[in-house]
Design a protein around this ligand. Structure first.
Ligand SMILES: [Fe+2]
Length: 212
């Protein structure tokens, strides 16, 4: 029996281009270029480590006798894979949906938020609360089983994600996202963030699963 190896599929590592919309679109609300430039390094780290783990998994020894729940190569690679890939994906959505004109949503995003929360104002109040209560993230995701959106709370990127959901808006509330500009005043950062949501990008994400 031959065990043919499948080459690792690698994720795209973000670059300077990927933070330009955020740099241009958030300076007026007090989120600085420096913050985004430092943040890019962390985002790149998640991408690079995702790729490193994917490459290592190609050579994983799949002898079950070597797997172990206390420590083993499989455990080390796969537990940290969730942290690396989760941190890559949530930053992809964070930077994609940042740097817009903020305010109330339009189109599908407006309809989905109204269906689940009654109004944009109700949603925004819940979102701000969720962002303050989270240790790392607030996530707006469409749940395919509920057929509704929900404001999920996130700590680290591998704590509390849900299955069968599509992430359509993400707010990073780790201190690296705002400390340089707002010190510990996270609520002020969230108020600024509301003004620069890119609802067009959110609607584009919805259209990826709504219309094929
Ligand atoms: Fe971050």
């Amino acid at each position: 029996m031959t065990m043919e190896k499948v080459e690792a599929k690698l994720v795209r590592v973000p670059g300077e281009d990927d933070i330009q919309k955020a740099i241009k679109g958030t300076a007026h609300v007090g989120i600085s270029q420096r913050t985004h430039e430092e943040h890019l390094k962390l985002w790149q780290g998640y991408a690079n480590k995702t790729n490193e783990i994917r490459k290592a998994l190609v050579d994983l020894d799949t002898d079950p006798a070597k797997a172990n729940q206390i420590y083993s190569q499989t455990r080390a690679l796969k537990a940290n894979y969730a942290f690396a890939l989760g941190g890559y994906k949530n930053h992809n959505v964070y930077f994609d949906t940042l740097g817009g004109s903020g305010g109330a949503p339009k189109g599908d995003a407006e309809a989905m938020i109204a269906e689940a929360y009654g109004s944009f104002e109700n949603w925004a109040a819940d979102w701000k609360t969720t962002g303050i209560a989270g240790r790392g993230w607030a996530y707006l995701a469409y749940d395919f089983e509920d057929q509704r959106v929900f404001n999920f709370i996130g700590d680290s990127q591998d704590t509390f994600p849900q299955w069968n959901c599509a992430l359509i808006l993400a707010m990073d509330v780790y201190e690296h996202a705002y400390y340089l500009d707002f010190a510990t005043a996270r609520a002020k950062y969230i108020d600024a963030w509301f003004q620069v949501i890119d609802w067009d990008a959110v609607n584009k994400r919805i259209s990826m699963f709504r219309r094929g």
